[in-house]
Design a protein around this ligand. Structure first.
Ligand SMILES: Nc1ncnc2c1ncn2[C@@H]1O[C@H](COP(=O)(O)OP(=O)(O)OP(=O)(O)O)[C@@H](O)[C@H]1O
Length: 872
């Protein structure tokens, strides 16, 4: 067998260290992949697989992509869950024993990718680091393209909630073993779980000090937080090791306590469709889609953060509301600021490109254009009547020195590539100007030589041309050659089919000057550009701070625009537990079905006589829509937004919980009903009296009696043990008796009108319970075959008849009480028959542990038996 070629040997050496990466081997103008890497790449990228001589008897499978278009290919691999290691020749490892040496210069993974699809996208691309303790976890996450870094310390039980909230594209973590649940969450949410990341965690904090000094860490409050620092060290080490550089746009830490924000669990985020729809997972149709009218990338990301992290501090919410209020009231101000914002590029990401040294001259001009808008925005705001907004913008640095510097240095329309020249203004550098003059004069000189030689030889078609092989030449056609005599200084250089090319010493001298000048300009412009970039970089902190204020103004404009266009009202806030919404609407549905067609509804939840609403009504009546609208209005108020209602007085809540519909989670091996119960159990364990709980048809995933019993006891439990504001939609009309049994429970229903065999949905929430389900009517509306509808009506009639005759369900509170309390059963019923043979059976019953329905049925059975024995 042949020996391996040196390049293949090198490939295997690198592969040994980077087993989990696809190696992109730079060979001239191509990146090539070999062996398994090539097989995967050719499959994923749909490119041809060939073979390359590698020294073995067999050829190595191989495929390649052009260097200049490699970004798109790399992105495709990353999005398919692979990591890519770029292997290139570096200056310090250029040649050893005549062999070109390559080494890994960068590793690209989902959390560190910086291609155009990320940079032109308004969303964050977070890389998250997790370190575990027995009962807690520390997490830190960063978007390296913007430098946005946050960290927090949370209870283990909250970890998955936090992951879903942040939705990173990649997770690295410190522990050796991977929890199944973590794997599952990552799988379900398309998060790349980097299982090879333990090595980046260490107690050596030198990487941390490359980014932040001790006094900063002390200021932020994490100097003594070992766990947090550990997770940050893993994160920063990972970036440093994969990117081979310090991500110097990361210079601030947002250390937060997740308890400072309203906690929204995974189900609630999903059910309320905050950032994507439940079924299609699209932004369109979600709350954020209605709210996002931002103009800038920074604004859009901040708005998402607002929605993901509603505030629970009344004063902070009020501050946002007051700012939005000012803008809602001033149409012109909003329009003027908006039109300035539209011309602002994603400054955060431009800063990222400066820090990662991959910004091009055109993007620096985009930064300049963005900066030019800042004084205008400040001016517009300072001329307005808005006190709060003025306060916010007053702090904004106008960055005029940076604007002037870029303006002086870089051409308005520079080239995009760095090494092609045409970047720097002549007025910025004497040297550039002189070289440009020379180059320009040189071209002029060539033209002069051409005219002079034409005169001298008498050949009118003589021309001076240029090619890369031998530079400037004089070209004369064959027919002219025959007619005219050539000067003796002409040196023949090339013969073409119809012409000859000549050079002269004079031409060569001028050529050298011109070419030298052009080369020199390009090199000089490149060096000057690097210098300009690093001078801007020194101000990156200032620019990032301005980007933050711009982002906030953008979000406020967006919220005020939405409020104005959709006729939202400014909510008032309270901490008394009262939630009043007059004529509330669902912010998303009202847009889907046209505002005028949406029927507004009023809500009153309080701590005294109405903390739990039992909502009944036919299918399709609008129960779910109504309950979600209450949750969404409450949430909107907590992010500082106006709300879709005529009036709203919103109590600050610590959490919003929703359990809407029965959702399958077969991938977890859990049945629909099991999932339903797990979710409800989570709510009952975590809700406090300051929470808002939305329960939609809980119990419907099991048999009627089991479901009803569960629903019943859940309402009782909430009423007796939690006391939180609750909306409970149900098809179990029997639950309406709870209004009489439990204080704070009130019945509502969604009104419908019967029109012969048809029903008309009025979509209006009215006091009192519904008496009918109208399920068959709805089925008719859904166009089920007439035969089925007819047969179903017959069956329903029979069932209703037999119910009436057989077991009249008396749900009066006295009967329920009787069913529940062993003593009362014994005292009130059994005392009649103390000599009766049934007594033994009755006494042995464990009535206390029965569901209410089981207890009732048992009671009826006993009554039946007693009747048949003619005892009552
Ligand atoms: N207030 C309203 N105004 C106008 N249309 C509404 C309103 N509420 C709901 N709708 C319309 O009715 C449809 C059904 O509403 P929804 O799903 O809330 O009914 P539901 O009572 O929860 O039904 P089910 O019990 O079958 O789940 C919605 O998709 C919407 O188009």
């Amino acid at each position: 067998m042949k020996k391996l070629t040196p390049m293949m040997k090198q490939y295997f050496e690198i592969k040994e260290k980077y087993k989990d990466c696809i190696l992109f081997f730079r060979l001239g103008d191509f990146y090539e992949m070999f062996f398994d890497d090539a097989i995967i790449a050719s499959r994923v990228l749909e490119i041809t697989l060939t073979g390359r001589e590698c020294g073995f008897d067999e050829k190595a499978p191989m495929c390649g992509v052009p260097y200049h278009s490699s970004n798109a290919y790399i992105s495709t691999l990353i999005r398919n869950g692979y990591k890519v290691a770029i292997c290139e020749q570096t200056e310090d490892a250029s040649k050893s024993k005549g062999i070109v040496k390559r080494e890994v210069v960068k590793i690209i993974s989902p959390g560190t990718i910086m291609d155009d699809s990320i940079l032109n996208n308004k969303e964050n691309n977070y890389l998250m680091s997790i370190t575990f303790n027995d009962t807690s976890a520390s997490i830190s996450y960063v978007d390296i393209s913007t430098g946005d870094l946050s960290c927090t310390f949370i209870d283990r039980s909250m970890l998955y909630e936090e992951i879903i909230k942040v939705k990173p594209t990649e997770i690295i973590y410190s522990s050796q073993t991977t929890e199944d649940r973590l794997k599952l969450i990552c799988d379900q949410n398309n998060i790349f779980l980097n299982e090879n990341s333990t090595k980046y965690y260490s107690t050596d904090s030198s990487i941390l000090s490359k980014y932040f000094d001790e006094s900063y860490l002390l200021n932020v409050g994490i100097l003594d937080k070992i766990e947090i620092k550990y997770s940050l060290i893993g994160l920063l080490n990972y970036i440093y090791n994969t990117q081979r550089q310090v991500a110097s746009n990361i210079n601030k830490i947002n250390y937060y306590n997740s308890l400072d924000y309203m906690c929204l669990d995974v189900f609630t985020r999903r059910n309320l469709e905050l950032t994507e729809t439940l079924r299609s997972k699209e932004k369109k149709g979600s709350l954020i889609h209605v709210l996002d009218k931002t103009s800038t990338g920074m604004g859009s990301r901040l708005l998402k953060k607002y929605v993901d992290e509603p505030l629970i501090n009344k004063a902070s919410i009020q501050e946002r509301l007051d700012l939005v209020d000012e803008l809602v009231k001033d149409y012109n101000l909003r329009e003027d600021i908006s039109s300035e914002l539209k011309n602002i590029y994603d400054i955060e990401r431009l800063c990222g490109k400066i820090a990662f040294e991959n910004i091009n001259p055109k993007e620096i001009i985009n930064l300049k254009k963005s900066i030019s808008r800042i004084p205008k925005i400040k001016h517009i705001i300072s001329n307005s009547e808005c006190i709060h907004l003025k306060k916010l913008s007053e702090k904004m640095d106008e960055l005029s020195d940076i604007y002037n510097f870029i303006n002086d240095a870089i051409l308005d329309e520079p080239s995009v590539t760095l090494k092609d020249g045409n970047i720097i203004r002549s007025s910025f550098s004497d040297e550039v100007r002189e070289l440009r003059d020379l180059s320009k004069n040189g071209t002029h000189l060539i033209k002069e030589i051409e005219s002079r030689e034409r005169l001298k030889t008498g050949i009118k078609s003589l021309k001076v041309g240029f090619n890369r092989v031998f530079g400037y030449y004089i070209e004369i056609t064959n027919s002219n050659l025959k007619q005219f005599e050539l000067p003796s200084e002409y040196i023949r250089k090339q013969t073409l089919s119809n012409a000859e090319r000549f050079i002269t010493l004079e031409l060569k001298e001028i050529e050298e000057k011109i070419l030298n000048a052009e080369e020199k300009i390009k090199e000089l412009e490149y060096q000057l550009f690097l210098d300009i970039r690093s001078r801007i970089y020194k101000n990156i902190n200032r620019i990032q701070l301005v980007a933050k204020v711009i982002a906030k103004i953008d979000v406020l404009i967006s919220l005020s625009q939405v409020a104005y266009e959709n006729n939202y009202c400014k909510p008032t806030l309270n901490t008394d537990g009262n939630l009043t919404i007059i004529d509330g609407r669902h912010p998303v549905i009202e847009k889907l079905i046209n505002e005028e067609n949406f029927v507004p509804n009023t809500t009153n939840l309080n701590t005294s006589d109405c903390s739990i609403c039992i909502i009944t009504g036919p299918n399709m009546a609008g129960k779910s829509t109504y309950m979600r609208q209450v949750a969404l209005i409450t949430l909107l108020a907590h992010i500082g937004s106006f709300v879709p209602a005529k009036e709203a007085n919103i109590s600050i809540v610590d959490r919003i919980f929703t359990r809407v519909g029965a959702s399958d989670d077969l991938s977890q091996g859990q049945s629909t009903f099991m999932v339903e119960m797990t979710e409800v159990s989570h709510i009952l364990k975590t809700a406090t009296k300051n929470s808002l709980v939305i329960l939609d048809e809980v119990g419907r995933g099991t048999s009627t009696y089991d479901g009803l019993s569960l629903a019943w006891s859940i309402v009782e439990y909430i009423s007796n043990n939690i006391g939180c504001k609750t909306l409970f939609a149900t098809h179990y009309h029997e639950l309406t008796v709870l209004e009489k049994n439990l204080s704070g429970v009130k019945n509502y229903s969604v009104a419908v009108e019967e029109n012969g065999e048809d029903i008309i949905f009025l979509r209006k929430i009215v006091e009192g319970g519904a008496d009918k389900s109208y399920g068959i009517h709805v089925a008719k509306l859904a166009d089920l075959p007439d035969e089925i509808i007819k047969r179903a009506s017959e069956i329903l009639n029979k069932l209703e008849q037999s119910n009436i005759n057989h077991a009249p369900h008396d749900f009066s509170s006295a009967t329920i009480e009787a069913a529940f309390t062993k003593e009362s059963v014994v005292n009130e019923q059994i005392s009649f028959y103390d000599t009766n043979p049934l007594l033994k059976e009755i006494v042995s019953l464990d009535i206390v542990n029965m569901t209410p329905i089981e207890a009732l049925n048992t009671l009826y059975k006993i009554q039946g038996k007693a009747k048949s024995m003619e005892m009552i």
